[in-house]
Design a protein around this ligand. Structure first.
Ligand SMILES: Cc1cc2nc3c(=O)[nH]c(=O)nc-3n(C[C@H](O)[C@H](O)[C@H](O)COP(=O)(O)OP(=O)(O)OC[C@H]3O[C@@H](n4cnc5c(N)ncnc54)[C@H](O)[C@@H]3O)c2cc1C
Length: 467
C-alpha cells in the first residue's frame, strides 16, 4: 500500500491516542540524538506501552511503507538514533520501563527496554546485585538503548560490555512477528546465537520489547582511588603497572588536562581506579595501587572504601561529555560541530595510541580533549569545529578518520561501544577490509543478508551501520 501521511497519522491515532505526538517542537526534539549528526523531523512519535502496540505499529509500517526508528533516551553519540528520512515514525520505548522479575538465586532480571540503567541498578541494590553495564550516561540511557548499541561503560574494565550481560531477548521483527531468543541460564546452546546478533544492531533488525539480563553481586568490599599525574605517559604507565600486578579493577577511567581545566580541577591528568574485593584484602590492594601510582610519578588525591563513596569521587569522569560540550559551545555557540571518537586498542598498545592521538591533534591543529575507559583500552578523543568553517571542519573530520585508522593499525577497533550509526560507516568498511585481504564486501554482504531476513521490508532505522 502506498503511503499517505494523513492516513498513517489517523491509523496511529486509533492505536496510541494521547501517546501519539505530531507537534513540531516535539518532532524537533526527536530529530537528533546526542551526537552532532543532523537529522530530519520525523512525521510522528509514538510511545507504546505493550508488545501488542509495538506489533501494531510495525504492521502499519509494513502496510503503509513508513520507516521506524526505535529510541530509548536518544543519547547515542554516532548518529544511531537520529532519523534520516521524513517518512519516519519514532517508536519511543520510554513508557515500557518496568522491572518484570528479579531472581536473586538465578541472578537474572527480566525488564522492559525503557528502564534507565541507574533506576534498574538502584532496585537491584536491594538484592545485593548489579547489572554491571554502566555507561557514563547511566542516569538517562535505557537498557534497550544500551543493548542495541552494544554499550559498555565505567565497570567495563572488569565486566565488559552489554554482550556479556544479556541472557535472552524478546523482540518484534520486521515481519511483525514476536521472537523470543536466548535462555535464563548462563549456558545456552540453542543453535545460532540470535541474542548476540541483536546486541549492537542499533535498532536495524527490530524492536527489543523485553530483556533477560545477567546479574552479578555487588562488591563485598571496595578500594578506590583518584590520582593525578603530570602527563599522559605517566598515567598510562600506572595503568600498565596495575595490569602487570594482576590487579583486576572494576573501574579504570581517565580524563586529560584539558578536561580537568574545563571542570575547574587542579591542572593535571586524572585517573580513577576502583577494585571490587572481599573483606580483609583491602590493605594489600591499596598498597599495590599506591606503589604503582607513585612509581609512575602520580599522586593519590582521594580514596574511597565503598562503591557508593567511589561513585561520588568518580563524578568528574562522568562529566567528560558535558565538559566537551561546554568548551565547544563556549568556543562556537550553536554553530558548533562535535565529533565523539570511540576507539579501543589492546592494552599493550595504549602508550602508543595515546601518544599518537595527541600528535594527530597537533598535526591537524584541532580543538580536542581526551578521556575514556582506559582500563579496557577504550579512548574517547573528542574534537570540535565551527560548522561554517570549511577548513576547520575538514581538519576535524580528517582527525576523526585518522584516529580510526590508527586503531585499526594497532589491532584495535573503530567502535568500542558507541556503535557505527551514520558516522563510522566508512571506518567500519576499512576495519573489516583490514582483516579480510583488503575487501569488506563478503562480510558486509553477510550483514546485509541478516538485515534482510529480520527486516525484509527495510523498515528499521535506515541509513545506519552500512546502508
Ligand atoms: C553523557 C554521555 C555519556 C555516554 N557514555 C557512554 C558510555 O560510557 N558507554 C557507552 O557505551 N555509551 C555512552 N554514551 C552513549 C549512549 O549513552 C549509549 O550508547 C546508550 O547505550 C544509549 O542509550 P539510549 O537509551 O539513549 O539509546 P538511544 O540513543 O535512544 O538508542 C540507541 C540505539 O538503539 C536503538 N534502540 C533504542 N532502543 C531500542 C529498542 N528497544 N529496540 C531496538 N533498538 C533500540 C536506537 O535506534 C539506536 O540505534 C554516552 C552518551 C552520553 C550523552
Amino acid at each position: 500500500m502506498s503511503q499517505n501521511k494523513g492516513d498513517v497519522i489517523k491509523e496511529l491515532e486509533t492505536v496510541f491516542r494521547d501517546r501519539l505526538f505530531t507537534e513540531p517542537h516535539i518532532l524537533a526534539l526527536y530529530s537528533h540524538d546526542a551526537s552532532s549528526e543532523v537529522g530530519v523531523k520525523p512525521m510522528a512519535v509514538v510511545q507504546p506501552v505493550s508488545v501488542d502496540e509495538v506489533v501494531r505499529v510495525v504492521k502499519l509500517a509494513i502496510d503503509y511503507g513508513f520507516k521506524i526508528v526505535p529510541v530509548g533516551s536518544s543519547t547515542s553519540l554516532s548518529g544511531n538514533a537520529t532519523p534520516k528520512l521524513e517518512n519516519t515514525v519514532i517508536v519511543s520505548l520510554e513508557r515500557m520501563n518496568s522491572i518484570i522479575e528479579v531472581s536473586d538465586i538465578d541472578w537474572y532480571a527480566r525488564v522492559q527496554p525503557g528502564i534507565k540503567v541507574d533506576e534498574l541498578n538502584l532496585e537491584l541494590m536491594g538484592y545485593g546485585l548489579q547489572w554491571p553495564v554502566d555507561p557514563a550516561s547511566s542516569k538517562t540511557a535505557t537498557v534497550g538503548g544500551v543493548i542495541s548499541n552494544g554499550g559498555g561503560g565505567m565497570r567495563g574494565a572488569k565486566y565488559g560490555p552489554a554482550s556479556h550481560w544479556v541472557l535472552g531477548l524478546e523482540a518484534v521483527i520486521g515481519t511483525g512477528d514476536v521472537i523470543r531468543v536466548g535462555c535464563r541460564t548462563v549456558k545456552c546452546r540453542e543453535g545460532y546465537n540470535l541474542v548476540q546478533v541483536f546486541i549492537g544492531s542499533e535498532g536495524t533488525l527490530g524492536i527489543v520489547t523485553e530483556a533477560t539480563l545477567r546479574l552479578t553481586p555487588l562488591p563485598e568490599s571496595f578500594v578506590g582511588v583518584m590520582a593525578r599525574f603530570g602527563n599522559a605517559e605517566s598515567l598510562v604507565d600506572a595503568v600498565i603497572r596495575v595490569r602487570r600486578d594482576k590487579l583486576w579493577p572494576m573501574v579504570t577511567e581517565f580524563i586529560d588536562d584539558i578536561t580537568a581545566q574545563i571542570l575547574n580541577l587542579e591542572p593535571g591528568y586524572y585517573l580513577w581506579i576502583g577494585v571490587d574485593t572481599y573483606t580483609g584484602s583491602e590493605q594489600q590492594i591499596l598498597s599495590k595501587l599506591s606503589a604503582d601510582i607513585s612509581s609512575s610519578g602520580g599522586e593519590i588525591i582521594s580514596k574511597a572504601s565503598t562503591w557508593q563513596e567511589f561513585s561520588k569521587i568518580l563524578e568528574p569522569r562522568r562529566m567528560l561529555y558535558s565538559a566537551t560540550l561546554k568548551a565547544a559551545f563556549n568556543d562556537y555557540g550553536t554553530d558548533v560541530f562535535v565529533a565523539f571518537e570511540d576507539v579501543a586498542v589492546p592494552m599493550s598498545k595504549l602508550p602508543e595510541a595515546v601518544r599518537e592521538i595527541q600528535s594527530l591533534g597537533k598535526k591537524y591543529n584541532v580543538k580536542m580533549n581526551l578521556g575514556g575507559h582506559i582500563g579496557d583500552g577504550n579512548l574517547h578523543p573528542s574534537v570540535w569545529a565551527r560548522r561554517s568553517d570549511r577548513d576547520e571542519m575538514d581538519r576535524v573530520l580528517r582527525f576523526f578518520e585518522d584516529v580510526g585508522k590508527l586503531a585499526i593499525r594497532l589491532s584495535g577497533t573503530v567502535s568500542a561501544e558507541h556503535g557505527i550509526g551514520t558516522q563510522k560507516r566508512g571506518l567500519l568498511r576499512e576495519a573489516i577490509s583490514s582483516r579480510n585481504g583488503g575487501n569488506s564486501d563478503m562480510v558486509i554482504g553477510l550483514m546485509k543478508g541478516i538485515k534482510r531476513i529480520f527486516d525484509p521490508h527495510g523498515i528499521f532505522n535506515p541509513g545506519k551501520i552500512f546502508d
